[in-house]
Design a protein around this ligand. Structure first.
Ligand code: ATP
Ligand code: MG
Length: 576
């Protein structure tokens, strides 16, 4: 009996889901159990989102479950802050592990017993060879490894030494426990891999109870087996570890027989998804923290205003395949923009203000005009915006001596102010240095709402704010953190940092309604892009982050017929 009807289940198609579907149909498992196994040594990033969506998604699709398991076997790099952040981010992304929160450290005692089991069966030994020498003795792809002098130690001696390792009798690095497999194997992972190392370090959960810790290879598969995981889905770099994974499962009295499947990790242009590098960016102050909106972390994307549904949709479009590829970051922006276009209410905000005085508009008068909240969503309704004699428009929307196709403001030119009137520029006022500081304009009172009764056309519609009502704001514009599509191609990744990744605009002016915006709720600033309020805001002094601009380079790439950056186009299961 399977938990869902395989004929009618609404599941995506990819090779992992095909395997799961077959296994369930053949009765190999009653229920699919997956796990997402982060190491708590950093924050989750968009690459992890792919793994989360896959592991939790497969469980959801087939009526199974997905465990959240912290792979906390290296106490020197792991911290409680990361453990908390990871749980928060997985939930934010929209997934729930219910009761099934586990830690590899929960299994330390069981793993230790299994290590003794291998020793007793002559399948593991304590090696005293210094690390460097041991590495050299493992050989190369063309040369077999050489036996250590300690490989033939008797089980009883191994057992005694291993117990004394646990008891803390030896310093870091003095000895390791190795599996006894095959030093001539073509697969380096089978050349007597290390199972335990000595590490006198305090662990976030087990404190100082242990001074030996299992390696990833020894902990991972056995943890899967304990949790009765059926499909242990990981990224391709573990493909060569699979024979070791299987060897351990075969040689230990584990309670279930999980199987490992590998898929391609997410890579994205202009983006670094290595936790080591991300940690360095934070430590060295290249960014303000793990949640800096320029970071590819879920915390950073959230702060930038990216909705979790956009991340899930992006991951769905990327698909799941076994071939490594690099996804164009424009494809990510496109998914974000597409969702926000449907959901984000529109407002007017002037990023670089230029004052406008409507000379024929009565002094002291103001009026309220109707503005549409979201043309894509009729249910979003309308709001009232104030208009008056003094306004601000975008500095870029004026040119004194415009080239031919500049339709916006210039002396003598008529434009539409969105939701308001047609106005004509009469004069540009300059300061002593010659900089334009104010525009003198006139309006046509017969064009209220922005329509001319005589049907005359204007070619530009500008956004604006009323000087008497607008609220000053700081607006932070984010650009790619790295300035080349393939950071690190030249070796020094930090040299590829984009010096212009953050542009802070102060003295911006926004509609008063925006002063009350909620943190993280996306809004569109008309003609500018999507933004959201940052927690650095103070009462009366909001701060906004640009989530993404309006210009869609990805749509252009696609229209030009370029190959899709995703895997979906290359393998079955394409979604677009
Ligand atoms: P590192 O950056 O040191 O390689 P990691 O990103 O593999 O670390 P883990 O915490 O071990 O960090 O990852 C948890 C899970 O997320 C693993 O199953 C891993 O395969 C998966 N994962 C990590 N990065 C990506 C990625 N870019 N795309 C897809 N899955 C990923
Ligand atoms: Mg890893």
């Amino acid at each position: 009996m399977t938990a869902v009807d395989l004929e009618t289940a609404e599941t995506g198609r990819d090779f992992v889901r095909d395997i799961v579907r077959d296994d369930l149909a053949a009765g190999r498992h009653a229920q699919v159990i997956t796990r997402f196994p982060p190491e708590p040594n950093g924050y989750l990033h968009i690459g992890h989102a792919k793994s989360i969506c896959l592991n939790f998604g497969v469980a959801q699709d087939f009526g199974g479950r997905c465990n959240l398991r912290f792979d906390d076997t290296n106490p020197t790099k792991e911290e409680q802050e990361y453990i908390d952040a990871i749980q928060h981010d997985v939930r934010w992304l929209g997934f729930d592990w219910g009761e099934h929160l586990y830690h590899a450290s929960d299994y330390f005692e069981q793993l230790y017993e299994w290590a003794e089991h291998l020793i007793r069966n002559g399948k593991a030994y304590v090696d005293d060879t210094p690390v460097e020498e041991m590495r050299a003795m493992r050989g190369t792809l063309t040369e077999p490894g050489r036996e250590s002098a300690f490989r033939q130690r008797a089980a009883a001696e191994n057992l005694d030494l291993f117990r004394r390792m646990r008891a803390g009798e030896f310093p870091n690095g003095a000895r390791v426990l190795r599996a006894k497999i095959d030093l001539a194997s073509g697969n380096m992972n089978l050349r007597d891999p290390v199972l335990y190392r000595i590490l006198h370090a305090s662990h976030p959960r087990t404190g100082t109870a242990w001074c030996i810790y299992p390696t990833y290879d020894f902990a991972h598969g056995q943890s899967d087996a304990i949790e009765k995981v059926t499909h242990s889905i990981c990224t391709l770099e573990f493909e060569d570890h699979r024979p070791l994974y299987d060897w351990l499962i075969e040689n230990l009295p584990v309670p279930s027989r999980p199987r490992q499947y590998e898929f391609a990790r997410l890579n994205m242009t202009y983006t670094v998804l290595s936790k080591r590098v991300l940690t360095e960016l934070v430590r060295h102050g290249h960014v303000t923290g793990w949640d800096d909106p320029r970071m590819p972390t879920l915390a950073g994307l959230r702060r930038r205003g990216v909705p979790p549904a956009a991340i899930r949709e992006f991951v769905r479009r990327v698909g799941v395949a076994r071939a490594n590829s690099v996804v164009d970051v424009a494809m990510f922006d496109h998914a974000v923009r597409e969702l926000l276009n449907k959901t984000a209410p529109r407002y007017m905000a002037v990023l670089r203000p230029l004052k406008v005085v409507i000379e024929n508009y009565p002094e002291g008068k103001s009026e309220e005009l109707d503005a549409i909240n979201n043309p894509e969503d009729p249910d979003a309704g309308k709001r009232r915006i104030a208009f008056g004699r003094e306004l601000y428009v975008e500095r870029d929307d004026f040119m004194e001596n415009p080239p031919k196709k500049f339709y916006r403001l210039s002396p003598g030119k008529e434009v539409r102010l969105r939701y308001a009137y047609l106005v004509t520029c009469r004069e540009a006022v300059k300061d002593a240095s010659g900089e334009v500081v104010e525009l003198r304009c006139t309006y046509d009172p017969a064009t209220r709402g922005g329509n001319a009764p005589d049907g005359r056309k204007v070619q530009a519609t500008l956004h604006w704010v009323s000087a008497a009502h607008a609220v000053p704001a700081e607006i932070r514009l984010y650009n790619q953190l790295f300035q080349r599509p393939d950071p690190r191609a030249d070796g020094d990744i930090m040299a590829d940092l984009n010096p212009n990744s953050l542009e802070v605009l102060s003295g911006c002016l926004v509609e008063p309604a925006l002063a009350a915006a909620n943190t993280g709720e996306p809004v569109q600033f008309e003609r500018q892009g999507y933004f959201c309020r940052d927690d650095d805001s103070r009462p009366g002094a909001p701060v906004f982050n640009r989530t993404v601009g309006l210009r869609d380079t990805w749509a252009k790439v696609q229209a030009a017929g370029a190959p899709s950056g995703g895997e979906a186009g290359k393998k079955s299961g394409g979604a677009r």
